[in-house]
Write a protein that binds this ligand. Structure first.
Ligand code: UFG
Length: 330
């Protein structure tokens, strides 16, 4: 079975590619390398450099490769940036996905796995967040992902295109080999920033607010290991191909950790001490995001087996130690 992984050179996509190859799937990666890294694509996968908004590129690709399922990770995904550049976010995330779906329909490809986000829920009405929790995105990023989720419903009605949507909470950690990991420019995510501070690459870590309604006042998030996300995608794809049933699942581990707790855990795991400074809240940050992933666990037999905070930090630390400049130096 051949899988097209759009965005397979990015952080989450590259870990999914590794997991697919480990299970002997044939993998083609399509990536425009705007934020992805050529070095993160293993030799066993075919890399096609191109953009999902380029119809001719997609047609050529589907002519060359008989694809059974498309996994779609290409997206602009920074919450703060999305508030400053909504046109870019709608262009890549919504229009780009429409182009991809159009080409899939033209080429009679009926299986689609979509990378969505907890940002679709906005400030949640209840905790833990299950899939039926009302969705009121508070930023353009979440809005663009929700727009695609809605689009998929009508694609199924009209064209029989079946899908699984995964809404990730805070993707983190790295492949246990330490060969691939998280490398964003600029980096804005909490765990890589703390690790860079532990390495001495940054001089301090800023805590964005200590006046939230949480036990220590800092924001609580649900950190999910990227290899658990990868495993869910494969289980979801296998179920989709067999059952032709579309569905939406949260991916989180069900435990929340505050920013200050994550910092303490990094100090323990790495044995490094570093400076921590409390600063103002970051605009648009909800106080607490914790997932219920029971649906994925029951329906797909998935479990967040790698998502203890300690293991997330250990694997991410291994990647950062081996790649202090990300993919830049390898
Ligand atoms: N934080 C700090 N200091 C920093 C960076 C982050 O205190 O230097 C805090 C944030 O305020 C937040 C928490 O750490 O409370 C996590 O922040 P991240 O930027 O790592 O992640 P977010 O929760 O903002 O967003 C991530 C993804 C989104 C996704 C969301 C789903 O980047 O794409 O998780 O929960 F939608």
């Amino acid at each position: 079975m051949k899988v097209l992984v759009c965005g397979g050179a990015g952080y989450i996509g590259s870990h999914v590619v590794r997991a697919l190859l480990d299970k002997d799937y044939e993998v083609v990666v399509l990536d425009n390398l705007s934020t992805g890294h050529r070095q993160s694509v293993p030799q066993g996968a075919v890399l096609e450099v191109g953009d999902i908004r380029d119809a001719a590129c997609l047609e050529r690709l589907f002519l060359r490769h008989e694809v059974d399922c498309v996994m779609h990770f290409c997206a602009n995904s920074l919450v703060g940036e999305s508030m400053e550049k909504p046109i870019e976010y709608y262009d890549n995330n919504v229009y780009g996905t429409l182009c991809l779906l159009r080409s899939m329909v033209n080429n009679d490809i009926k299986h689609f796995i979509f990378s969505s986000t907890a940002a679709t829920y906005g400030e949640p009405e209840r905790l833990p967040i299950d899939e039926d929790t009302p969705k009121h995105p508070t930023n353009t990023y979440g809005e663009t992902k929700l727009a695609v989720e809605k689009m998929l419903h009508w694609m199924e009605v009209a064209y029989g295109l079946h899908y699984k949507v995964f809404r990730y909470f805070n993707a983190s950690g790295a492949h246990p080999s330490g060969e691939i990991g998280e490398d964003h420019a600029p980096e804005t995510h909490l765990i890589p920033l703390i690790l860079k501070t532990a390495q001495g690459i940054r001089d301090k870590i800023y805590v964005f607010g200590d006046d939230y309604d949480t036990p220590d006042g800092s924001c609580i998030r649900d950190y999910i290991h990227v290899m658990d996300i990868a495993e869910a995608h494969i289980l979801g794809m296998e179920d989709l191909v067999k059952s032709e049933t579309s569905d939406v699942y949260n991916l989180g581990n069900g435990n929340g950790f505050s920013v200050l707790e994550v910092i303490e855990k990094v100090k323990t795991v790495t044995g490094k001490d570093f400076q921590v400074e409390i600063t103002d809240r970051r605009a648009g940050d909800p106080g607490v995001l914790i997932a219920s992933s029971e649906k994925a666990q029951k329906a797909l037999g998935w479990s967040p087996a790698n998502s203890s905070l300690e293991y997330i930090i250990e694997t991410a630390w291994k990647w950062h130690q081996g790649h202090p400049d990300g993919y830049g130096l390898v």
